[in-house]
Design a protein around this ligand. Sequence first.
Ligand SMILES: Nc1ncnc2c1ncn2[C@@H]1O[C@H](COP(=O)(O)OP(=O)(O)OP(=O)(O)O)[C@@H](O)[C@H]1O
Length: 262
Amino acid sequence: MGNVLEITGLTVDLPAEGGPRRILHGVDLALRPGRIHGLAGESGSGKTMTGLAVLGLLPSGARTTGRVRLDGTDLLTLPPRRLGELRGRAISMVFQDPSTSLHPMLSVGHQLTDHLRHHLELDKKAARARAADLLGQVRIPNPQEALGSYPHQFSGGMRQRIAIAIALACEPKVLIADEPTTALDVTVQAGVLRLLRGLCDDLGLAVLLVTHDLGVMSAIADEVSVMRYGRVVETGPRGRVLTAPSHDYTRTLLDALPGRST
Ligand SMILES: Nc1ncnc2c1ncn2[C@@H]1O[C@H](COP(=O)(O)OP(=O)(O)OP(=O)(O)O)[C@@H](O)[C@H]1O
C-alpha cells in the first residue's frame, strides 16, 4: 500500500530574538497504513516540532516550507479552518501526559461523546454506544460503567488508554503519538504499546511514534527514523536500523541503551 502521509523537505523557522531560528532543516518522512513509524533522537532534535507541524499546531509566528501531504492534500497550504476539520478526524494525536488532554471535571463519557457529536454529528444515544465501544477497543474494563467515571478514578495507564480512545473516535488515518508511554510505569508501558500495535494492525492506522527511547522503538516500530539537529539522519526498517545502523549517531544512541555492550 502507498503512503498515507508524506513529509518532504519540511523546514520550520521559529521567531527568536535577532531573527528567525531554523529548527527543522528539511525533514523527509513517509507513513504507511497499518505501520508504526518510530521517530527517535535526543531531546531538542525536532521530533515534537515535526509532529506539531503535521497537525498545524506550531507556536505562533512559525514559518514552514516543504510539503506535508495527507492522501495527496498538502496540509501546509490548507486554510486553518480546513486543517482544523482534519485535525481530530483524519489525523489525531496523543501526548505524553494524558492529564493534559483529558478534562479533570468532565466524565469520560462526556468527553468521548462531545467529541463524537461534534465531529461525526451523532445523536446522544448513538454517541454513547460508540463511546462504550471505543473504551472496549482500548481494553477499559466495564466500558458502560467507565463512561460515568472521571479521569482521576483511573490509573495513569488507563488514562492514556482513554486518551487513545478519544484520539481514535473519528477513525483517523494517522495517529501521532508523542512519547505516549514516557510518563507511565515500565510494566504499564508494555500494555499501552501492545494496544497501539493491535490498533495499527486491526484498523490499518498509520502511527508516528515519537520517542527518545530506542527500547520502546525496538518493541513495536516497523520503520525507524532517527533525528538529529532538525534533520532525519537515518531511516529504514527497524531490524536494519537497530542492528546495522548506517549513521554514527544512531550507533551512539544504541550504545547508550541499558544492558547493551558492543
Ligand atoms: N515553543 C517553542 N518556542 C521556541 N523554540 C522551541 C519551542 N519548542 C521547542 N523549541 C525548540 O525547537 C527545537 C526542537 O524541539 P523539539 O521539542 O521538537 O525537540 P524534541 O526532539 O521533541 O525533544 P524532546 O524529546 O525533549 O521533546 C529545540 O531547539 C527547542 O529548543
